[in-house]
Design a protein around this ligand. Sequence first.
Ligand SMILES: Nc1ncnc2c1ncn2[C@@H]1O[C@H](COP(=O)(O)OP(=O)(O)OP(=O)(O)O)[C@@H](O)[C@H]1O
Ligand SMILES: [Mg+2]
Length: 213
Amino acid sequence: MIQMHDVTKSFDGVPVLNGVNYTLSHGEFAFLRGRSGSGKSTFLKLLYRESEREHGTILIDGTAIDALQKFELRRKMGIIFQSYELISQHTVLENVLIAGKALGRPLEEIEAEAMRLLTRVGLADKVHQFPNKLSGGQQQRVAIVRALLNKPKLLLADEPTGNLDRETAQDIMTLLYELHREEQMAMLIVTHSEELLTSGARVSVMEGGHIDE
Ligand SMILES: Nc1ncnc2c1ncn2[C@@H]1O[C@H](COP(=O)(O)OP(=O)(O)OP(=O)(O)O)[C@@H](O)[C@H]1O
Ligand SMILES: [Mg+2]
């Protein structure tokens, strides 16, 4: 799903990623850990082309990312962040539907899929609420559903539990792991919390500009 070879990135002449190699298989579930400032978010941004690498190659789902338009690349992936990034003037359901409307999918189809997923994550009774009426954990569930609506082959998560208390964070991690199995997509989750790592899961570490298993 991800094949990265010898990728470098620096800011103002200071190298952050210094020859990163990384592979994630289709349907694989993996964590990326590393200290603050080690380059984890930078690494993710290169994958979804929020930022451009200097050297090296990146393939997503077998295709070089430069061979795709950004919207084509991002169609293959769902992305979630620490800060949820929901639109406050829109209801839960509307926030989720945005992802499907962006691809021009029929409203009936995406409404059914949104309701299925919102029910799955325990938010069936919140679909017409506004995000500011929801807890942090509930808002993150909405963001997860939005990211999954178009059935991406890959979900990228950058500190998805960083704003949550420990118990809620654990619930969200468990939910992500279950969704990875049920919806059959690869997931790469960045976290700096060791205690949240799902037992048995693959863990890579970003350190000194490299990724080590
Ligand atoms: N747009 C930018 N311009 C300049 N420097 C940047 C930029 N983005 C990141 N950096 C620098 O690159 C380094 C890695 O940042 P990055 O955000 O990738 O770290 P991180 O591992 O995600 O950290 P955290 O765990 O705190 O989120 C840091 O030193 C940061 O200051
Ligand atoms: Mg980061």
